[in-house]
Design a protein around this ligand. Structure first.
Ligand code: SF4
Ligand code: FES
Length: 238
């Protein structure tokens, strides 16, 4: 393995720069180094002005989502050894407002997440103790609860790019996570939100979101689930 990696990094400081540009850095690498570690090495040893967002370093918090070599990835999960170390391009998540360098403004993403009511709805007695689920009930939400809210799917979705109010794959998948949850009692409320003008019918089944997800969640299938559920409900079949 090469001992040096060359990274071309998107730079933009709105207080100084008229337009974005890429700056190239060479980094001494080790066998198990990931892209986040290379970026932090640059910050420590070469250029403290480089801005990026990260927290857990373990593919759990979702904050280091970036556009690496033309793919949506978590920087902390992307091993340099799996890339061509002489030519690595790192940019911020596309189609989200840029704050500085690799940091984007996630406000539109989280505003839409809030719109789908991302918590259990209980219309019956208030929750006083745990509501048990059997294995089958738990299995129904297994994949969707792995979402770490990284925004990769949202950033990759052409319908988000063209219809700025579209709820997007992450919020819709979260809605489906509660629709499928045996403990939730908000089905009609949820379906009226997701089947509105900014919801499921905007999805053209492009599958970019499912391809982009670092947790391998099939977000497109989730949106299809919601379409089926909405139709079944309207036909009084569910
Ligand atoms: Fe990230 Fe996947 Fe969740 Fe989308 S569904 S926010 S890509 S973890
Ligand atoms: Fe938390 Fe990468 S730093 S997912």
């Amino acid at each position: 393995m090469a001992e040096t990696a060359t990274l071309h990094i998107f730079r933009f400081d709105p207080e100084k720069d008229k337009s974005p540009y890429f700056k190239t850095y060479d980094v001494a690498i080790t066998a198990k180094m990931n892209v986040l570690e290379a970026l932090l090495d640059i910050v420590d040893k070469q250029d403290g002005s480089l801005s990026l967002r990260y927290a857990c370093r373990g593919a759990i918090c979702g904050s280091c989502a970036m556009y690496i070599n033309g793919s949506y990835r978590l920087a902390c999960q992307t091993m340099i050894a799996n890339l061509n170390p002489s030519d690595i391009t790192v940019g911020p998540l596309p189609h989200l407002p840029n704050i500085k360098d690799l940091v984007v403004d996630m406000t539109p993403f989280f505003e839409k997440y809030e719109r789908i009511v991302p918590y259990l709805i209980r219309n019956s007695a208030p929750l006083e103790k745990e509501i048990p689920q059997n294995l089958k009930q738990r299995k129904a939400i297994d994949e969707m609860i792995d979402c770490i809210l990284c925004g990769c799917c949202y950033s990759s979705c052409p319908m988000v790019w063209t219809h700025r109010n579209f709820l997007g794959p992450a919020a819709l998948t979260k809605a489906n996570r509660f629709v499928q949850d045996s403990r939730d009692e908000g089905l009609d409320q949820r379906l009226s939100i997701v089947a509105g003008e900014d919801g499921i019918w905007r999805c053209h089944t492009i599958f970019n979101c499912a391809d982009a997800c670092p947790k391998k969640i099939n977000t497109t299938a989730s949106i299809q689930d919601l379409k089926r559920k909405t139709i079944a409900r309207r036909l009084h079949l569910a």
